[in-house]
Design a protein around this ligand. Sequence first.
Ligand code: SAH
Length: 437
Amino acid sequence: MNAYDASRMADVLAPMGYAASETMADADLVILNTCHIREKAAEKVYSELGRLRQEKTLRAESSRPMRIAVAGCVAQAEGKEILRRAPFVDLVFGPQTYHRLPLMLRELEQHGKQVIDTEFPADDKFDQLPDAGKVEGASAFLTVQEGCDKFCTFCVVPYTRGAEFSRPVDAVLREARLLVGKGARELTLLGQNVNAYHGAWQGAREWSLGRLIRELAEIEGLERIRYMTSYPAEVDEDLISAHRDVPQLMPFLHLPVQSGSDKILKAMNRRHTSGDFRDIVERLRIAQPQLALSSDFIVGCPGETDADFNQTMALVRDIGFAQAYTFSYSQRPGTPAAEMDEQVPDQVKSDRLQALQAEVNRQQLAFNQSWVGHELQVLFDRQGGRDGQLIGRSPYMQSVHAELSETHIGEVITVMIDQAKPNSLSGIVRQHQEAVA
Ligand code: SAH
């Protein structure tokens, strides 16, 4: 979502004459769009600001001074504290106010004062954003839902992104058509809890995510639909049946479970047990037998014992994932888990993380290897490292390399996979070779 927000910030700034620059030396304004989810991400902001300060000092003497903005969830969470620790920052604004960037910049220019805007405005920022600019490659993000009301005890998101909000159906469809018109062949619908989507349609009725996906599938030229990130307890029949019925909906789902231990899931305030998660996966797999899964796991939450961790390992082995993100629990200020007793020692956390990562990596490689000798439909969206090579994505989000000319960017092409690595596949394009011959 930060990638989506950053591109929307560029859209807001474009009418003021701003364009993206390749280097810092070229930039009149540098925006750090930040993440607060784990301590490491938040601390990175300050080391990056240290670098920017040097550049700003150098530039102060030139005819082109540089301004620095901190955006995103660290800005939302820390507000004024950022200006205290980094007084050379000019603008601080959260994820719900970036549509007001032109105003903030004008205020900065006219009054020369630092501006902080970390409100949760009552107005819908999406109504005030200009149309999306250009689409890079063939795949685009589209935010349909934001915020979170679930209050997992480990998580800062409800405090930084705010309450759950769904964009109205018409606004989503309009943006989707626009993106497809600009060359997007694939749309990834975004939300902190994307499957909690319940967008207003013509005032009265509300649409579920499943219903929205069915409607999006009617857009001509849109070949692939994805969504992330989903909350297990909000996977409903509409969504499951969309996986059965909508061919454009890719057979890949990122569904964070966090832990395999019911005791820990309860302490996390997740609204599912490990049994519920297994059930949901089974129902999804019945609807879409090709479905491959990804997930998020946190190890070392307060109170997690070896037995709890072993239940996480058992769940991973039983379900089988095409990939997964594994995190060591990070204490976040203001969250209930940060105050809990029984914090797990760092060494224990890192040992568990290593064990879990080894299992996840083994499964990912096995999944990739299972495709050798088989065909995959690949949407090619960018140049590869070598001349005459393109990189694309399989339906399962694997990176696939193939020898192909640039003219094929934006096309879905059948590739015979001949090599599998932990993080990518490569293969041969049959039709293309015939065409060359
Ligand atoms: N909105 C994101 C997902 C939210 S956070 C998205 O769209 O992908 C991503 C993951 O970070 C969560 O699923 C969880 O596994 C992890 N996470 C959140 N809070 C954490 C914490 N305090 N410590 C460690 N990992 C955390």
